[in-house]
Design a protein around this ligand. Structure first.
Ligand code: TYD
Length: 227
């Protein structure tokens, strides 16, 4: 049986609501991949390229809010198009693994299912912006938003850094609960690609669980071990 060589590119995304610990888990996964000798690129959305970061700052400061969720979805897609063509596609074509903190499922969850933007618009912009570069594996980090909020407050007290309240973090608890359900529904609709991970446990145990999922998804990792 032939095995995919380790230097074949793979595209993995992390998704979920606010404060679920995605960035921490992206770091753990990058460490695991480095340990087994895989050259990987860490990126995020909105952002990842200078032009997409400019759009990120415009949206997260709330400048587009008055235009509504449809316009925000189109802007997120504009950022994504640059991200895909300038960073994701070249990295994958060079044989690297790409790990993105958020990607297209965030538009479907935030602007589509929670923000009320029509599915046909979400489908259309998704097809255009992805240009065929869809992730093969998505880790959906799931946590009760109440716990995520409490953790954020606790961190703010400990560090003295106030809770960042960008455009979406200002939404109320009911909205965040709907957002959580939106991600679960996306995961249910894409059972092969999406794996839901309970995000309110121990950081290292969650990292180990995610590494097991990644190894299960990509057969070339089954024969390699990492600490
Ligand atoms: P960020 O500070 O990166 O949030 P997080 O740490 O939770 O990932 O801000 C990104 C925000 O943008 C976050 O609230 C999710 C939102 N977003 C959308 O609404 N639609 C999208 O398509 C993307 C990529 C992000």
């Amino acid at each position: 049986m032939s095995q995919t060589p380790l230097n074949d590119s793979r595209f993995i995304t992390f998704e979920g609501g606010e404060g679920v610990g995605k960035s921490t888990q992206v770091k753990h996964l990058l460490n695991h991949l480095t340990q087994v000798g895989i050259d990987s690129v860490r990126t995020r959305e909105p952002g990842g390229t200078p032009k997409a970061e400019a759009i990120r700052s415009f949206i997260l400061r709330g400048h587009c809010e008055a235009w509504g969720a449809g316009a925000e979805a189109v802007l997120f897609a504009a950022a994504r198009l640059d991200h895909v063509t300038q960073l994701i596609a070249p990295s994958l074509n060079a044989g690297k693994w790409v790990i993105s903190d958020r990607f297209h499922d965030s538009t479907r969850a935030y602007q589509g299912l929670t923000g009320g933007v029509q599915t046909k618009l979400i489908d259309a912009i998704e097809e255009l912006a992805l240009d065929g570069y869809a992730p093969e594996l998505t880790i959906v980090m799931d946590m009760d938003p109440k716990i995520a909020f409490e953790r954020g407050e606790q961190r703010a007290t400990e560090t003295g850094i106030p809770v960042n309240s960008d455009r979406f973090e200002r939404e109320d608890l009911k909205w965040h609960q709907e957002l959580r359900e939106a991600f679960i529904s996306i995961a249910n609709d894409n059972p092969v690609r999406c794996h839901v991970v309970q995000a309110d446990g121990d950081e290292n145990e969650i990292a180990a669980q995610i590494w097991e999922i990644v190894q299960g998804q990509f057969s070339e990792l089954k024969s390699v071990s990492s600490k």
